[in-house]
Design a protein around this ligand. Structure first.
Ligand code: LMR
Length: 394
């Protein structure tokens, strides 16, 4: 029955993580998967999460079924995080992580909007391709980043978006672009929104790193600016990174509709898709986040912990760039210093990446994506010296 199944291609990000875990070198450094490590190199249990979990334990709630769409409170909290307040015209459901929200959104686009194509940035997160193709959509690209110059290809991006057919679905990263760390400015977002309105495109925003760019509210500039228009759109969000709940698989899908009545029907469609896929979402992660977002003191604690994480990443950017500058690198270290979020598109080539991995046990995702939180004061000099070594020749 199964003999015809050939070996599958390993996922480029997850398989790198596995290789890192198996590496016996005590000096190994994981700059691969989008995972936040603290200054001691540990994946943190956020204090706000710990307190929320203790409260849940004390309540001794039974593990009953949640509603198909997750709790109503959680949906309102997601809307408040993304848009500043709950919005009647938005249908929000809990999802199985950000990836689950993307898949649910893709299924919605395929089954309820009869679209068969999507446009993503070139480059984009590798799993965007896998998720959308897996949902039956043809994946096309719009220009975004020029790896040779390190520049955003904004004019070319606008040209391509302007030429798309009416109703075309466009995947956009509101902040902390994955993999390049290069974001649009507010003025550039306004220009994109103008094209989206004029061409009547359907934006699908993927915000997996809210809080890691400039701040929880600042990172939602594009979403909130879009909400002020008459454009309908989708948003997938994730709590993997900003609440460090990776394994709880917690996220949300929000669909902004023309009216509150339309939002009720869209939520019904999403519930149908969920029920026939995994029935209803898991509850532990959402109860943690509900608890911490509902309590102003816990919210403050969480927000300040997130600020510390964001600032630490910036310090590591500046520290590594300074180390490379002092060593006289040929690499354009200003990218590492100036890009935003967890990632930097360093410009390191495949040979250099291979050398970093083989000689130094330093892991980056090809082509040249570095996850900065893997750096800390203990390994910064080691990584800078290794990069200087492998970039001596082009
Ligand atoms: C990443 O880009 O490394 C993260 O989003 C983790 C993942 O699932 O790929």
């Amino acid at each position: 029955m199964f003999d015809h199944i050939t070996p599958s291609t390993p996922d480029p990000i997850m398989s790198l993580m596995e290789a890192y875990m198996q590496d016996a070198n005590p000096q190994k450094v994981n700059l691969g998967i989008g995972l936040y490590y603290d200054h001691q190199g540990n994946i943190p249990l956020m204090q706000a999460v710990h307190i929320a979990e203790q409260r849940l334990l004390e309540q001794q709630r039974p593990h009953t079924y949640p509603p198909i769409e997750g709790s109503a409170l959680f949906a309102r909290q997601i809307q408040t995080l993304l848009f500043g307040e709950p919005v009647d015209r938005i249908a929000t459901v809990q999802s199985v992580g950000g990836s689950g929200a993307l898949k649910l959104g893709a299924d919605f686009i395929y089954h309820y909007l009869a679209r068969r194509e999507i446009w993503v940035s070139d480059p984009t997160w590798a799993n965007h391709w896998a998720i959308f193709e897996g949902a039956g959509l043809k994946v096309n690209t719009y220009p975004y980043f020029d790896d040779a110059s390190g520049e955003l290809r904004f004019a070319a991006m606008l040209d391509t978006l302007s030429a798309l057919p009416e109703g075309a679905v466009v995947l956009l990263h509101p902040c902390c672009h994955n993999p390049t760390g290069t974001d649009l400015s507010p003025a550039q977002w306004q220009a994109v929104i103008e094209v989206v309105q004029r061409r009547r495109l359907l934006p699908f925003f993927d915000i997996a790193y809210q809080g890691f760019g400039d701040g929880l509210d600042e990172d939602c500039f594009a979403l909130r600016a879009m909400l002020k228009t008459d454009v309908d759109f989708l948003v997938s969000n994730s709590f993997s990174k900003n609440v460090a709940l990776y394994g709880q698989r917690l996220g949300g899908l929000s669909v902004r509709c023309a009216t509150a009545e339309a939002a009720v029907n869209v939520k019904g469609a999403l519930k149908t898709l969920i029920r026939r896929s995994y029935s209803c979402p898991p509850t532990h992660g959402s109860q943690i986040v509900e608890t911490l977002l509902a309590d102003p003191q816990l919210y403050q604690l969480w927000a300040s912990e997130l600020t510390t994480m964001r600032q630490r990443i910036k310090q590591m950017r500046v520290g590594l760039a300074a180390g490379l500058e002092q060593g006289g690198t040929t690499l354009d270290y200003t990218r590492i210093r100036d890009q935003k979020g967890m990632f930097s598109y360093t410009g390191l080539n495949e040979r250099q990446l291979g050398q970093l991995r083989q000689q130094y046990s330093i892991y980056l995702v090809a082509p040249g994506r570095m996850c900065l939180p893997g750096l800390n004061q203990q390994n910064l000099d080691y990584v800078a010296a290794a990069i200087l070594d492998v970039t001596r020749t082009a």
